[in-house]
Design a protein around this ligand. Structure first.
Ligand code: MTE
Ligand code: MO
Length: 544
């Protein structure tokens, strides 16, 4: 398939890099041309406002300083945990199939070998704890708890900020009200780009045009973009809507934009902090920290202490995550699950794709079982395989593959979402779990359905996972024996694997040996409901 392992594909594709950077480079060149040929453009005259002459709201009330600080703290946590998640599948694409070699950027030197089994987990990278939260390799389960909890509070903080902005007419600082802001902002840009400082207004009363436009874009463009592209990666949301697949924006476009927005935030922070320093650090710090407009040093000291606290909070976050991972998982679940339950879990998946949409390459995860039992069954074409269905049911059964195939068959072409970030479309055929439930008849006390694998997890020990009885009964929940119109192969879960289209891939147990109906999951291994939840601290509701 495509490139030989030696033909090194570039780490960043020019076809993506150029459209992103060329406008900036051209703007800087234009600024220099204008400066050299016509001199610096005039920026609008600045009124020297005083508390007596200022007409619009001025100064910084405490709520701006507080939301500004909370925002910074949460953005740092979001960026660090987000990078950790990214490193678990260190490739970004514009196509939903994630075919190796089609990524527009990769954060790994590895070219995916196509001549041997190379799983997506093999592809995960190590990230230093100085950058990543929590750092390490394949720690995305814990990173996700930080990311989602931070995201929740970040959106809440943003909502408070924007509400107060419009409740108080502080919005006049941020929202341009005249088209003149564009030529004025350009005039300021020509100054900055050529390393000149234009006459600056006092930020306590008003911003210059470029500053206003930039703040507006960060708050009203970047933030909504990251909020929208986050859920665009959720299987529950994406597979809920059948029109979604027709949009140009797929999971990988969302993921790529989510990352590019992070880059934009980072660029903004560098530029913003530079400008705060060069235009009068002490005074600017008093504005935002104390809400005063003078040259005292107090605001600077408190502000810098705030940064020290921010660094300490991050050190503590890493430390707590390594020492008390189970507690982090519990807190994450406790805060995030109710939101997911409210927004997503009530919806059944129903999106279907077309045969033409099927991915040419489908990343594998997990290695085929090594047990003698599975190998013997496989050697015999699974003729002796019996699926054991037991537990709290009226009618426990053991079913051969032929018997399973003789029962109600359903085919669905769906989009798979792995927790690591990759996706792929495949056709699956099998027995709907709802049909199996009609035969075994779960008792009224049953809340959980547990799927056990012949295979082992990353750290050894039996792989398993569980679903609520409601989720097991979803119309697209299948015990699949065919993939892309052929019997399931060894890598993708032969003889039988689960498909649950509203949740992440790790919930879809491959190489199933038995299915247990139970009141809860406490009696199974560590009791968290699945191998990944037990060992890797993955979320128990894998809808996002
Ligand atoms: N038994 C078992 N099932 C498993 C896994 C595993 O490691 N062992 N990996 C899971 C994960 S993380 C994903 S994304 C999907 C991958 O399915 P695929 O290999 O068909 O792409 O299988 C899931 N089922
Ligand atoms: Mo996965």
């Amino acid at each position: 398939m495509g490139a030989s392992p030696r033909a090194a594909s570039p780490r960043v594709r020019l076809s993506t890099l150029l459209p992103l950077t060329l406008p900036i480079v051209l703007a800087v060149i234009a600024a220099y041309v204008q400066w050299i040929t016509m001199g610096l453009p005039a920026v609008p005259a600045i009124e020297h406002l005083t508390p007596e002459t200022a007409t619009q709201p001025f100064g910084f009330p405490a709520w701006i300083g507080i939301t500004h600080y909370v925002n910074l703290l949460l953005l740092v946590l979001l960026a660090r945990s987000g990078l950790q998640v990214l490193m678990d599948h260190p490739r970004l694409y514009w196509n939903v199939h994630c075919t190796p070699g089609t990524e527009w950027i990769r954060f790994t030197p590895v070219q995916v070998p196509l001549d041997r089994l190379y799983t997506a987990k093999d592809d995960a990278r190590y990230l230093t704890p100085w950058v990543g939260l929590p750092g390490g390799r394949h720690t995305l389960g814990l990173a996700r708890h930080w990311h989602f909890v931070s995201a929740l509070f970040w959106v809440l903080n943003g909502a408070v900020y924007v509400s107060l902005l419009f409740a108080t007419s502080q919005w006049r600082r941020i929202v341009p009200t005249s088209w003149h802001v564009f030529p004025d902002a350009w005039a300021v840009f020509v100054h900055y780009a050529t390393f000149h400082l234009p006459p600056e207004p006092n930020g306590f009363y008003q911003y210059n045009a470029l500053q206003q436009l930039t703040y507006f874009a960060v708050i009203f463009v970047l933030a909504p973009l990251s909020i929208l592209t986050g859920p665009a990666m959720s299987p529950a949301l994406v597979n809920r809507f059948s029109w979604y697949r027709r949009l140009p924006a797929n999971r990988q476009v969302g993921r790529s934009i989510h990352f590019l927005v992070l880059c934009a935030y980072a660029a903004f922070v560098v530029a913003h902090v530079t400008m705060v320093i060069v235009t009068g650090f002490g005074r600017n710090m008093n504005h935002i920290v104390l809400g005063t407009d003078d040259l005292m040093r107090f605001g600077m000291y408190i502000g810098l202490s705030g940064l020290v606290i921010l660094v300490l909070a991050n050190v503590m976050a890493n430390w707590a995550t390594w020492l008390f991972p189970r507690a982090i998982q519990r807190v994450g679940d406790a805060l995030v699950n109710p939101v997911i339950r409210l927004l997503l879990a009530r919806h059944s998946p129903r999106a279907e794709y077309r045969v033409e949409d099927i991915s040419p390459f489908f990343w594998p995860n997990g290695r085929p079982p090594t047990s003698a039992e599975w190998k013997a069954l496989a050697a015999n074409g699974f003729k002796d395989y019996r699926l054991k269905v037991y537990g709290s049911v009226e009618n426990p059964v053991e079913l051969s593959l032929d018997e399973l195939r003789a029962m109600a068959k359903q085919t669905q072409i769906t989009l798979h979402h792995c927790i690591q970030g990759w996706s792929g479309i495949a056709a699956w055929a099998g027995l709907p779990m709802a049909e199996l439930m009609k035969i075994v008849r779960p008792k009224p006390n049953v809340k959980a359905v547990i799927f056990y694998s012949f295979g082992e997890g990353l750290e050894g020990g039996q792989y398993y996972d569980s679903h609520t009885i409601q989720n097991a009964g979803h119309p697209q929940t299948l015990l699949a024996y065919d993939m892309n119109f052929e019997p399931l192969n060894a890598v993708h879960g032969a003889p039988l694997r689960l498909r649950v289209e509203n949740q992440l891939g790790f919930k879809m147990v491959k190489w199933i040996t038995s299915v247990e109906f139970a009141e809860d999951v406490k009696h199974v291994y560590a009791g968290e409901g699945g191998y990944a939840a037990d060992h890797e601290y993955f979320d128990t509701m894998a809808d996002i």
